[in-house]
Write a protein that binds this ligand. Structure first.
Ligand code: FBP
Length: 273
């Protein structure tokens, strides 16, 4: 069943998500400095930058819930995770239920799948359960699909990104999040492969502004609905300026007139044990 509630995390059919799950995925020493280590810094960028969603794991959603709610930015909770410390075939297990996410005010949920991993089957099973729960509670599902593991040679090749996109469609994701290898034609093919599942793209490691914005243009030209970006924004010297540039490309204008129309979930803290 396709989620009817995608409008909660999209504006005029476009998406601009600020991703901040890297503290768990990569560790603070790899990605953070004195500014962006603070979740409040991110909430402020998400609000002032006009993002259509901000992505956190449940711990941040719990501890900074008041500020997130006040910001009015739609909350997307990442339901699985892993640290970057573990070696071996990649797997990311659930760390939060859909029910918990909803009680924390999430209006959509995120989930990572590593296709090609020897542990892919286990992740598919977990995902199936999450997806059914999300459907019951009316939360759209955004699926990060990254080809990874010993079987994968080049995770951003045409073959791999289109496979990831198609997996999103076949498994029923509302939005699939891909990595971009820099070839617009390949990304266009991936978007076609995703059919009616919408595609957003990750930002990747921090690049110069010019190069990054060129990439955003290519992503939109290829037919994606937007971006789920982290490091290229909150590691930027001027996160609000780069956000404005991204906004202009995605929405074709930089004013935030229509951003307040997005419906935000209410927290129901008492239900969380
Ligand atoms: P960036 O824009 O910073 O690349 O974030 C996108 C993202 O998908 C994050 O949500 C996630 O934490 C990270 O990339 C995972 O990257 P990887 O698994 O390649 O280390």
């Amino acid at each position: 069943m396709v989620s009817k509630n995608l409008g909660r995390i999209m504006r005029r059919g476009r998406a601009m998500f600020l991703a901040y799950d890297q503290g768990l995925e990569h560790g603070p020493d790899s990605d953070f400095d004195d500014r962006n280590v603070d979740p409040l810094f991110i909430i402020n960028i998400a609000k002032k930058g006009g993002y259509t969603g901000v992505v956190f794991h449940k711990g941040i959603a719990e501890r900074y819930g008041e500020e997130i709610e006040k910001s009015g930015v739609p909350l997307i909770i990442k339901l699985n995770g892993r640290t970057g410390l573990r070696k071996g075939e990649p797997i990311s297990k659930p760390v939060c239920s859909v029910e918990e996410a909803k009680a924390l005010g999430a209006v959509a949920v995120g989930y990572t799948l590593y296709i090609g991993s020897a542990l892919e089957g286990e992740m598919f099973e977990d995902f199936d359960e999450i997806e059914n729960d999300a459907r019951k509670l009316g939360l759209p599902v955004i699926t990060w699909i990254y080809p990874r593991g010993k079987a994968v040679k080049n995770d951003v090749s045409r073959k791999m990104i289109s496979y990831a996109a198609r997996t999103g469609l076949e498994l029923g994701a509302d939005i699939v999040k891909l990595k971009y290898g820099g070839n617009r034609g390949d990304l266009k093919w991936a978007v076609e492969s995703a059919g009616r599942t919408k595609v957003v793209v990750a930002g990747g490691v921090k690049k110069g502004d010019k190069k990054f914005l060129e990439q955003v243009r290519e992503i939109m030209d290829a037919g994606c609905v937007g971006l789920a970006v982290g490091r290229n924004v909150w590691q930027n010297e001027d996160p609000l300026k780069i956000s404005e540039e991204i906004r202009k490309i995605i929405f074709g204008r930089s004013k935030l007139k229509d951003s307040k129309k997005v419906k935000v979930g209410k927290r129901r803290d008492k239900k969380i044990k």
